[in-house]
Design a protein around this ligand. Structure first.
Ligand code: IVH
Length: 690
């Protein structure tokens, strides 16, 4: 048994780990753990948080619905919240789900509509007067990205509808999954490879990336498909998922042919087993089945808890595993100097691919699992996600094996001693001249979301750094001076050099946000770069700010502030910036970048009391914070707004005494939709007390 302190330490570690997974997943569109592993950790954290309620933290990943607010799509509110599904991996959990439903619907016949769980991206389509009006991504569940222009490019999505006689409504919404078939994915990836570009990692990431392209002409080039699985309207009472599926089909939506009505857990189990065998024969990826109560009336009775409906559950096939030998542990050095261990494996077939390498995260992960070179290890791959080592087959361990020792010196030729910060599990190489970091820094600067320099990919950067033509990002803009020398090298023709030089020239027009992001200041990701460009306006202003000044900027925390100040304290970085300035890169915000909603609440403070009906307290808090506001835990003079749900507590009385503005739930949602705090400041809201 672990003692209390260990459990608490575990809780904090899980919060950190899961936050990082969420960040990777939602911000960088990559998964570094399998879904199975993620869910296991998430549930472990939920259990620990239930054991230690005093450690409640609104910032815990269990309290958040991570939002996808990165690219500059217009945000729009969902008419009905877009919820997620609770995941399960065992039949026992399905039995428990069935029992819960039966308890809440006593003496009623229950039928389940069981559907395939498509491995794609959910999309909500609103139709008004028979016409597609808006297409929204899930976003944070309450507000999504308006991707209508992109949805118009998807052939499967009907743009005009003929309503059947028995469904005459003015407005309705259809929810479903956008996905790409494996065949189309392979075709596109072949093209990518032919063009010497990095291949896409899997059909789901490619689908999600495509939906978020700002250029809908590009979307048209990538064949996406759609399956409709949910119909919503206020204009008439719907009967069942089965009849809705039929209605959707009549209206011209693609509806999956394999949905099945099941009367018992036994039938569900048989269907789960059947698809476990058959899933590979489908032309698209599925990662499980979704089990839903068929009757809409029963669904409405069951309602929702937190962000999940009580009437549906997802059964996920756990990731495939294989056993293989751990031949070696090698290292990669990232652009910020993080040294990451990589498992070199005896090649093994897993989920139809040959796996040779897998991620090992960091030293702690290796120690916790006691991975040793020569061990037989289990490697897991969920869908097409990067493989990961999940355990050791200790029975096969050689008695001569020794615990693994993480390197203490950078693997590059400069051999710099590595640094480890307290509180962090990673090792860093802090030598700015480390050639491995230089490569990664240049890759980052040239990457799509930064300066988007076409033809300057991993391979050419590797060559140009090795040949000594590039030692830092500023050298990119002097490459033209080496044209003659490059021409003498194998594989560098006039045309490819010109393409590269033109792309470099073109990058000089990239706005300040991209340049700032491209500089690769630690912790300054796209969102932070956006905020800084908007608030600070120019690199010269930014350089003059102290950590205290920076901390005052909304959403800029201690870590980012310190990192920025450290970056500018380094004369090498200043020299690079001065050089980049001399090549006419843009170092000031040209026009007002204030077209996104990042900080429209601008430090306004909120407190919630009573039960909210359309969203949970945590979702509401997330919404406030995501828009630059703060959430307080008690009433004080500094509080700007008290949001009152049903059965409010004593906070309401206190707020009224202090003359603090009181908002009803509807006022609050309207505010979040209108995004107009100024208007709100001028009015006095007291509707909740009327
Ligand atoms: S129903 C409240 N049905 O799985 C109902 N979702 O883990 C929520 N998904 O966000 C969705 N196939 O992107 C539903 N047949 C299906 C699905 C499905 C795939 C995805 C969807 C959702 C996620 C939840």
């Amino acid at each position: 048994m672990m003692d209390k302190n260990n459990l608490i330490a575990k809780l904090y570690n899980l919060r950190k780990e899961i936050t990082e997974y969420d960040r990777q997943y939602y911000i960088q569109n990559t998964s570094i753990v399998s879904d199975f592993e993620y869910d296991k950790k998430y549930h472990e954290l939920l259990d620990l948080e239930a054991q230690f309620p005093e450690l409640y933290d609104p910032d815990s990943p269990t309290q958040r619905v991570p939002s996808d607010k990165i690219l500059s799509f217009k945000k729009s509110a969902h008419n009905y919240p877009m919820l997620s599904l609770q995941n399960t991996y065992t039949i026992e959990e399905i039995i428990a789900f069935d029992q819960r439903c039966r308890q809440l619907l006593p003496n009623q016949e229950i039928k389940y509509f069981v559907e395939l769980k498509f491995d794609g991206v959910s999309l909500s389509l609103r139709y008004i007067n028979n016409k597609l009006n808006i297409a929204l991504t899930r976003g944070d569940g309450l507000t999504g990205d308006d991707v209508t222009l992109n949805a118009l490019q998807i052939k499967d999505i009907p743009k005009l509808i003929h309503l059947p006689k028995d469904f005459q409504v003015n407005e309705f919404e259809v929810r479903g999954e956008v996905f790409m078939t494996r065949h189309n994915f392979t075709l596109l990836n072949n093209k990518q490879l032919e063009a010497n570009l990095k291949p896409f990692s899997n059909p789901r990431n490619l689908t999600s990336g495509t939906l978020k392209l700002l250029d809908s002409n590009e979307v048209a080039k990538r064949p996406l498909n759609f399956f409709a699985y949910y119909l919503l309207t206020n204009d008439t009472q719907l009967i069942s998922l089965q009849s809705n599926a039929h209605l959707l089909e009549t209206m011209g939506f693609p509806v999956n042919e394999y949905s099945k009505l099941c009367n018992s857990v036994n039938e569900i189990k048989q269907y789960i087993d059947e698809w476990q065998e058959r899933r590979d024969t489908l032309p698209y990826n599925i990662d499980g089945l979704v089990i839903k109560i068929n009757s809409i009336e029963q669904q409405q009775k069951l309602g929702y808890i937190s962000r999940f409906p009580r009437w549906a559950i997802a059964f996920k096939y756990s990731a495939e595993q294989a056993e293989t030998k751990l031949l070696d542990i090698t290292y990669q050095v990232g652009r910020t100097g993080i040294v990451s261990p990589v498992a070199e494996l005896e090649p093994v077939e897993l989920a139809e691919t040959i796996v040779k390498r897998a991620t090992l995260n960091n030293e702690d992960f290796i120690k916790e699992n006691d991975f040793r070179i020569g061990d037989y290890v289990y490697v897991e791959k969920g869908g097409e996600i990067i493989p990961k080592l999940v355990g050791v087959n200790f029975e096969k361990r050689s008695p001569a094996s020794k615990p693994f020792e993480f390197i203490k010196i950078c693997p590059c030729e400069k051999q710099t001693p590595l640094t480890k910060y307290p509180e962090e599990s990673a090792y860093y190489c802090l030598n700015p001249e480390c050639p491995w970091q230089i490569r990664k820094r240049i890759e980052h600067f040239a990457s799509r979301n930064a300066m988007n320099i076409e033809f300057l990919g991993e391979k050419s950067i590797d060559e140009l750094v090795s040949l000594g033509f590039l030692s830092n990002i500023a050298d990119i803009y002097e490459l033209h001076k080496h044209k003659a020398s490059l021409l003498k090298l194998d594989g560098w023709q006039e045309k490819s050099i010109n393409n590269l030089l033109n792309a470099i020239e073109k990058s000089k027009t990239k706005p300040f946000i991209n340049v700032l992001f491209g500089l690769g200041i630690r912790y300054v990701g796209e969102t932070a770069a956006k905020i800084l460009a908007k608030e600070v306006r120019s690199i010269n202003n930014l350089m003059e700010l102290s950590t205290d000044d920076l901390r005052k900027i909304n959403q800029i925390g201690d870590k980012i502030a310190e990192s920025i100040v450290n970056f500018f304290a380094n004369p090498l970085n200043i020299e690079i910036i001065n050089r980049l300035k001399s090549y006419n890169l843009i170092f000031h915000a040209e026009k007002d970048t204030d077209n996104n909603s990042i900080s429209f609440l601008d430090g306004k403070t909120f407190l919630f009391t009573g039960e909210l009906s359309s969203l949970t307290r945590n979702e509401a808090s997330n919404l406030v914070e995501a828009n630059g506001g703060k959430v307080f835990s008690s009433v004080s003079k500094k509080l700007d707004f008290l949001v009152v749900g049903e059965n409010p507590g004593s906070k309401l009385q206190k707020a009224l005494e202090l003359n603090i503005s009181v908002l009803s739930e509807k006022d609050f949602l309207d505010l979040m939709n209108s995004q107009n705090i100024k208007e709100l400041n001028e009015q006095h809201f007291d509707s909740a007390t009327k």
